[in-house]
Ligand binder design. Structure first.
Ligand code: KG4
Ligand code: ZN
Length: 340
């Protein structure tokens, strides 16, 4: 292909982060995120508040992404945005904004599936980063998602396992809530787990056949365990917090690794790429490294800023679709339950 100069703006607003990014020929020039602190006080994302905050943030965030990239609106070749899945009110803000901007600039519009984007974030050009070869298995683990996907090509991917109830990040966050930790509790549990004994307390893993996940039983088991122990000794949590966190984390990682092992067995694919906020967890990173030694896996973990919700991943999908001529009509609508 002849050398081209393609600039794409990516916009992400599916949950509680308003984000914009400019990509130039596969390389990220800017990646701006406005986190919505307002939800912390509620211990979870409040959809109504999220939509309002997106509306407030979207113009300044896009403006900042263009400025940081040193790119003018006129240089943009296309506008890519998250169509779904996500919270409807949140998606509507990004979708409407992207449509209007593309219309105003008279450039193509490109819709992006948020779950595909978490996976294709591995194709952002980054010095020293090895992109996974096709086919590979992608495990997306965050506060909103838990999926294992077989990826045969950029736009040919199949979900082979997913959660039937809570997402893995929710399992961390809800366990943390029971323990009186702040929201989101994942990073705090990770920190404390490093100081504790992962085998101090035993929580049974769910007995779910196949590649689907379930985390709601674990949360209930932890709740009953804590209620029982604090009845006997009111300072139980305080005295054992590191061991409790280590044991919870150990159980959750065990569930993820068991399913990955089964997915590798079923597909014969040993390239494993992870994404989503929970991939920051030091225990899962170590477990994947161990998998390289023990099972001959090759694992791929992108830079942290490309694993949590971000717009760089939307921009890279925009770029890949642009090269392929996948454009979207102006009558497109947001889709809260969009499937891969
Ligand atoms: O991808 P993300 O930023 O947002 C979405 O949920 O889409 O993921 C946030 C989730 C939260 O549940 C948070 O507790 C979890 O990722 N998380 C972690 C860690 N860092 C973030 N969970 C475990 N260990 C961590 N180090
Ligand atoms: Zn996400």
């Amino acid at each position: 292909m002849a050398e081209q100069n393609i600039y794409i703006l990516g916009i992400e607003s599916s949950c509680d982060d308003t984000a914009a990014s400019v990509i130039h020929n596969g390389k990220i020039l800017s990646n701006v995120i406005a986190n919505q602190k307002i939800h912390e006080a509620y211990g979870g994302v409040v959809p109504e508040l999220a939509s309002r905050a997106h509306q407030q943030n979207i113009v300044p965030v896009v403006d900042q992404a263009l400025k940081q990239a040193n790119v003018s609106k006129k240089q943009l070749n296309a506008i890519a945005f998250t169509r779904g899945p996500g919270l409807m009110g949140s998606l509507l803000v990004g979708t409407s904004f992207a449509k209007s901007l593309a219309f105003g600039l008279n450039v193509p519009l490109i819709h992006v599936n948020h779950m595909q984007a978490h996976i294709l974030a591995h194709y952002i050009d980054e010095e020293g980063y090895n992109k996974p070869p096709f086919p590979f298995l992608a495990m997306t683990i965050s506060g909103g998602h838990t999926q294992i996907v077989r990826v045969d090509n950029y736009f040919n991917m199949t979900v082979i396992g997913e959660t039937i109830d809570d997402a893995v990040g929710e399992a961390f966050d809800k366990s943390g809530k029971i323990l009186g930790l702040g929201y989101p509790a994942g990073p705090e549990i990770d920190k404390r787990a490093k100081l504790g004994n992962p085998k101090a307390f035993k929580f049974t893993k769910p007995k779910l056949e196949g590649l689907n996940f379930s985390f709601s039983g674990l949360k209930t088991a932890i709740l009953y365990f804590i209620q029982k122990e604090t009845k006997n000794s009111p300072s139980f949590i305080e005295e054992n917090i590191n061991d409790i966190c280590a044991s919870i984390q150990y159980t959750i990682i065990g569930i993820l690794i068991d399913k990955l092992k089964l997915a590798v067995k079923q597909t014969g694919i040993k390239h494993i790429a992870i994404g989503g906020g929970v991939s920051a967890n030091s225990g899962i990173r170590q477990a994947l490294k161990d998998g390289e030694q023990k099972f001959g896996w090759t694992t791929y973990i992108p830079k942290f800023e490309f694993t949590t919700d971000n717009a760089a991943m939307i921009a890279i999908v925009g770029y890949l679709k642009y090269l392929d001529g996948h454009f979207t009509k102006q009558n497109v609508t947001a889709s809260a339950r969009l499937k891969i």
